[in-house]
Design a protein around this ligand. Structure first.
Ligand SMILES: Nc1ncnc2c1ncn2[C@@H]1O[C@H](COP(=O)(O)OP(=O)(O)OP(=O)(O)O)[C@@H](O)[C@H]1O
Ligand SMILES: [Mg+2]
Length: 487
């Protein structure tokens, strides 16, 4: 990136592509792939995904008020378990495969992009053959699905711009990833609006204002979303919280998933479907739909197992973040008590640890022990205690009251064969952990308001642009596809 670029607001924060040779011959000559960071081997990926929290021993001697301000540090720790590495591999492959049929140097792929911008689009998948696929991420609530996905996405720049490739001038923007949540009412229209908002946050455009007006139909918004995904060279779309589909009106869940599948099949953008076991309940029985949702990967985030190597490693990392002067050494009792207070749900373990620390600081305790963890755990709200008790007893009837935490009866027998030959964490325990020191917190592709806002009716502009010699340039000049030369 040049100094000049850096001085130009958000545009300056979007790196210009630096190309490196493709890993495999199949992806050579595709700037969208060659601009991505190199795929790391599993051990290096684990180092890159790990986010340690550095703590100075002198912090334990700070005043109680200051220490209370530091206890939330525990939430910043990230320990990459096996599932996260699996996700890194699956998402990396899905992004690259998705780009394989959308090479911006390939006239056919570019022509198809402009066809999508035309008026009478046939959205049936026969129009094009894409290599894009979908990944399914399912698991217990609080077991780290969203955090893992964010860590993996952070290993990629969110936005890249292309100016010149092999001596040929280019003027394209590449949005490598977007992450949206399934709306609480499972409305497709709201999903589209969230998508526009996510695009605006990534590249500083103004699509939400343009498309957000009530007069647009859901179908129209869906088309705009597909077009944008294509012209912005979207690498992967993550749709989280899909258990909300259980709240959709009759037939709504199917329509919602069918729309997302058309993004994969027609537009060629891979999708990661993410949800709790509540989503598993919706999918069970829908064999064809589910199989297609995991054709590029399936990762299950289960509760950890008591006494497992991964759990001990995680508990030990957490224990290092004590802010009490006299430090009790880490022991099996500590790992086990943390487990009993959380039943292997990471979110509850972190909260228990933070609560125990808070109490110890407030009461001026000289040390923190596993008994303090037990006491802190025992004060969790009644619903959580009831849930933990059901999990502890492994009572299948009681567990069905917690649809987001407990898998539906028969889930694993159903899902594992469905995942076919693919690796599935359903077949393996939570994996090995860390050693490393690198903190590679990803860059923030965050919001900005210093890009020019598009000002024309996008529908009209797209149709008009198609009539010109240079539709891409025409759309870019109107700010519709973030013409980077104007920034
Ligand atoms: N691998 C990890 N290492 C350390 N802490 C973690 C890890 N994974 C998750 N956490 C902690 O657990 C919390 C909850 O994780 P997260 O929100 O990713 O769970 P989730 O599976 O997405 O839950 P939900 O289904 O309810 O959205 C995080 O805020 C973080 O504090
Ligand atoms: Mg989540």
């Amino acid at each position: 990136m040049t100094t000049n670029d850096r001085d130009r607001g958000l545009a300056g924060r979007i790196p210009v592509a630096e190309y490196r040779p493709a890993e495999i011959p199949e992806t050579a000559g595709n700037p969208l792939i060659e601009a991505l960071p190199l795929v790391l081997e599993a051990d290096d990926a684990r180092r890159a995904l790990y986010r340690p929290v550095s703590q100075d021993p002198a912090d334990r001697l700070r005043s109680p008020t200051e220490r209370l301000m530091l206890v939330d540090r525990a939430k910043d720790l990230y320990v990459p378990f096996y599932e996260c590495i699996q996700l890194y591999i699956d998402l990396g492959r899905a992004i690259r495969r998705g780009y394989a049929t959308r090479n911006i140097m390939d006239p056919n792929a570019v022509r198809f992009t402009y066809q999508l911008c035309g008026e009478n689009i046939d959205w049936s998948p026969v129009q094009t053959s894409t290599t894009a696929g979908s990944c399914l991420v399912i698991g217990a609530s609080g077991c780290g699905k969203t955090t893992a996905i964010r860590r993996v996405l952070a290993t990629y720049p969110q936005v890249i711009r292309h100016r010149e490739y092999n001596g040929q001038k280019l003027n394209s923007v590449q949005v490598v990833w977007l992450h949206v949540d399934c709306p609480a009412n499972a409305s497709r229209k709201d999903l589209c609006l969230q998508f526009f908002q996510a695009v605006d946050n990534a590249i500083g455009t103004n699509y939400l204002d343009q498309y957000g007006s009530a007069r647009r139909s859901t179908e129209n918004l869906q088309i705009q979303m597909g077009r944008l995904a294509r012209v912005l060279n979207l690498g992967i779309l993550v749709v989280d919280e899909l258990q909300n589909l259980s709240l959709a009106r009759t037939g709504g869940a199917k329509q919602f998933l069918a729309f997302l599948r058309s993004m994969v099949n027609v537009v060629g953008v891979p999708i990661v479907f993410v949800g709790t076991y509540g989503l598993a309940r919706i999918l069970m029985g829908e064999f064809q739909v589910s199989r297609r949702m995991m054709d590029a990967g399936f990762v299950e985030f289960k509760r950890h197992e008591r006494g497992s190597k991964a759990w001990k490693a995680f508990a030990q990392q957490l224990w290092r973040l004590q802010l009490i002067e006299g430090q009790d050494p880490f022991s099996v009792e500590i790992a086990d008590t943390l487990y009993d207070m959380s039943q292997g749900i990471i979110d509850l373990a972190v909260r228990t640890f933070i609560r125990a620390q808070r109490w110890a600081i407030e009461t001026g305790a000289a040390t923190l022990s596993h008994r303090d963890l037990a006491a802190a755990g025992a004060t969790q709200g009644k619903p959580i205690r009831a849930q933990l008790e059901a999990l502890r007893l492994g009572d299948p009837v009681a567990m069905q009251h917690y649809p987001d935490i407990a898998p539906p009866v028969g889930w694993r027998d159903w899902a594992v064969p469905l995942a076919g030959g693919q690796r599935s964490s359903g077949e393996q325990g939570a994996g090995e952990v860390l050693r490393p020191q690198t903190n590679t917190e990803g860059r923030d592709g965050g919001p900005g308001d210093d890009l020019p806002a598009p000002h024309m009716d996008p529908d009209h502009a797209i149709v008009e642009a198609q009539k010109t010699e240079d539709p891409h340039g025409a759309l870019g000049r109107q700010g519709l596809i973030a013409d980077l030369d104007d920034l």
